[in-house]
Design a protein around this ligand. Structure first.
Ligand code: ADP
Ligand code: MG
Length: 174
């Protein structure tokens, strides 16, 4: 039995992309909490936030996290999942948590190139690089607190996957 692997990090760091590749390489099931939530509620995240506010959405996110946590799974989480202390502790205690860490310019470039993949409403309504910078300043310490390992997510997806696999070997040996 292997612990679930939780991928955390800012929007655009590659949680979905790398998570899918990692799950394939490890023979695990891949779950994206954002996707799971939207399928379950038959509603977009934008609609949930509009109807219930960010607090309502965050409560649904915690329930989703608990529901999808199971052995032999790779779980890609939403960028704000670590805002809740409960979520940070839950992931840390129930799985191996990997922070996909990338600098502001890399994240902003990716989000600008593929804006349609960031289905979340913008948090502040500011230009993308400014928003990424502010969000990362606020959240970097929380990602690090929740994580067992920090991986450089500015590298190619293949390299990110192999760095995660190296971290998992360390985790399983300890
Ligand atoms: P997240 O799920 O963390 O928000 P995604 O996996 O959706 O991030 O990736 C955001 C965008 O960045 C996608 O267009 C994806 O193809 C691209 N991307 C993700 N990881 C990498 C990487 N390591 N190198 C280059 N592009 C990447
Ligand atoms: Mg994603």
């Amino acid at each position: 039995m292997t612990l679930p692997i939780f991928l955390i990090g800012a929007r655009g760091c590659g949680k979905s992309t790398v998570g899918r590749a990692l799950a394939l390489a490890q023979g695990c099931q891949f779950i994206d909490t954002d996707y799971w939530l939207q399928e379950n509620a038959q509603q977009t995240i934008a609609a949930m936030v509009e109807q219930e506010g960010w607090d309502g959405f965050r409560a649904r996110e915690t329930a989703a996290l608990e529901a999808v946590s199971a052995p032999s799974r790779v779980v890609a989480t939403g960028g704000g999942i670590i805002l809740s202390e409960y979520n940070r502790r839950f992931m840390h205690e129930h799985g191996v948590v990997i922070y996909l860490c990338a600098p502001v310019d890399v994240l902003a470039d990716r989000l600008e190139a593929f804006p349609e993949e960031g289905q979340r409403p913008t948090l502040t309504g500011k230009p993308i690089s400014e928003e990424v910078s502010e969000v990362l300043a606020q959240r970097d310490a929380l990602y690090r607190e929740a994580a067992h390992y920090v991986v450089d997510a500015a590298q190619s997806p293949d390299k990110v996957v192999s760095d995660i696999e190296a971290a998992l070997q360390l985790a399983r040996a300890s």
